[in-house]
Write a protein that binds this ligand. Structure first.
Ligand SMILES: [Zn+2]
Length: 500
């Protein structure tokens, strides 16, 4: 009996061990099922949980978790995921980091304000630089956000003609026609800049009125060879013929048609004023007829530039339909008169002009073709509020308060559209302006109920509200609404570099 009992006991033990082994195996398999569901990626550097993820490319607009590793988005899922760091995004919108296709201020001060406005990539394309390599190396390892530059016709003209100006030329580069030799030097400079990875060719034709139409066409021809976009501040603003904004737009649309170069027209409202709808019609028709033309505006009713530049040469009142009182001195906020205008034109500095009708700003922002950008620059806390508040203003004032655009339309104009404009010349832009697996982890997380600009003409140096978290290449640079100290995760966004 005992023997039998022993046998039975052994049999039971074997069964028990077998069952335990079986359960153990099942649990291992279960474990690997979870891993498989996560594509084998159960461990992330950062996870963003329970946010309303909005991707303007796929139109995804749903609650998702995002897993980030090695600076890129690895997984977008409804399942639970775990990371070394986790961000609770409940009640917040998780969007691609905003791309500012028109930003002049390219130093740490400006980058701090941009990132607090949700921007992860800033591009100086209108003025550009005369030395593309030097521009990128000055910022390497020292930039909070991603940055890029074009090769600029204006700075090259200043260099070749020894013009002592700063942001804008003030001497020969403004008033002297280029000789045939100088046009060749300019062309060579542009070609070199594009070969070094410049993101197109910048033009500020209003700042260089002596540059002939032929000179500009010669520059477009260089750009046309590699389909580099020509980014243009037009030759004229306002409606006064023969130098009207319509004639100015005709000049560059025709140069694009002749040369095959793509065209991007900057800040259309601050050149067109009341004529802007006609200019948008011209651009739309050119696109319908097969030309690659894009356009941008900033969401403000005032312009800003240097008072000593050619923009304020004789005739500016008639051209722009404004007078002295419409001008505001950026440094002090004071309104100008004939006397102070003359004084400041001699000393030089930034002047704001209240010259764009609000209904023009609204209809331009609402146009599905128009990209939104800032044209921003802040210097020692002084400047135009567009440099610090543009993006929160789009999403707060024009999306939430005025319902001029839906949230997804607003986001598309500050993420996907600027990325697409540049992805031919800079394939790395294909991984920006979107949230999808494989995209760069440039991500802006904001509160859609609170987001708003705070910057004013009198006090431009004010951070926007409602930007809760910002990641640049997978590094958190804004955390719970506060700028993080240290760390420079920004990378240079460059076109294809050709070493000849
Ligand atoms: Zn401009």
């Amino acid at each position: 009996m005992i023997h039998t009992d022993n046998k039975l006991y052994k049999k039971l033990m074997v069964q028990k061990i077998f069952t335990l082994c079986f359960l153990f195996l099942v649990s291992i398999l279960n474990q690997s099922c979870i891993n498989n569901d996560l594509s084998g990626k159960s461990d992330f550097d950062i996870v963003i949980l329970n946010g309303r993820v909005m991707d303007p490319e796929s139109d995804l607009d749903a609650i998702r978790n995002i897993g980030i590793r090695d600076g890129s988005v690895q997984l977008i899922t409804t399942k639970e995921i775990i990371g070394q760091t986790s961000i609770d995004a409940q009640g917040l919108v998780v969007a691609p980091g905003f791309i500012d296709i028109h930003q002049h201020g390219q130093d740490h001060e400006n980058y701090c304000y941009k990132v607090m406005d949700g921007v992860t990539t800033v591009l100086e394309l209108e003025m550009g630089t005369a030395d593309v390599d030097a521009w990128y190396s000055e910022r390497e390892g020292k930039a909070l956000i991603n940055h890029g530059v074009s090769i600029g016709h204006v700075p090259l003209r200043m260099k070749i003609m020894n013009d002592p100006g700063g942001f804008a030329p003030v001497s020969d580069a403004v008033y002297k026609p280029a000789s045939d030799e100088e046009i060749i030097l300019l062309q060579e400079g542009i070609e070199k800049g594009l070969n070094q990875g410049g993101l197109g060719v910048g033009f500020g034709l209003m700042y260089t009125p002596a540059a002939s139409r032929w000179e500009i066409l010669e520059m477009f021809r260089v750009a046309g060879k590699t389909k580099a976009p020509c980014v243009v501040h037009l030759r004229y603003g306002g409606q006064k013929e023969p130098g009207s904004c319509i004639a100015a737009l005709e000049e560059v649309i025709s140069a694009a048609a002749i040369s095959g170069a793509p065209l991007h027209v900057v800040h259309i409202t601050s050149l067109g004023f009341s004529q802007t709808p006609k200019m948008l019609q011209m651009i739309s028709e050119a696109r319908t007829n097969g030309l690659d033309v894009t356009v941008e505006c900033y969401p403000y009713t005032a312009t800003q530039t240097t008072i000593e530049s050619a923009v304020y040469d004789e005739g500016w009142q008639e051209s722009f339909g404004i007078t002295f009182e419409d001008l505001q001195w950026a440094e002090t906020g004071e309104r100008l008169n004939a006397e102070s205008f003359t004084k400041y034109r001699k000393s030089g500095g930034m002047v704001i002009a209240h010259s764009i009708p609000e209904d023009v700003v609204r209809s331009t922002i609402a146009d599905p073709m128009v990209i939104l950008a800032s044209d921003g620059i802040l210097s020692g806390g002084k400047g135009h509020p567009r440099g610090t508040g543009t993006f929160a203003r789009v999403l707060g004032k024009y999306v939430r308060e005025e319902k001029l655009l839906s949230l997804s339309e607003g986001l598309k104009k500050i993420t996907l559209m600027p990325a697409r404009r540049l992805e031919e010349i800079a394939p790395m832009m294909k991984n920006k302006g979107r949230i999808r697996e494989g995209a760069d982890a440039d991500i802006t997380i904001f509160n859609p109920e609170l987001i708003i600009d705070q910057a004013t003409y009198e006090e431009p140096a004010k951070y926007s509200k409602g930007i809760e978290y910002v990641l640049v290449n997978g590094v958190v640079v804004v955390n719970k609404g506060r700028l993080q100290d240290g760390g420079f995760p920004g990378k240079g966004v460059r076109g294809i570099v050709n070493d000849f």
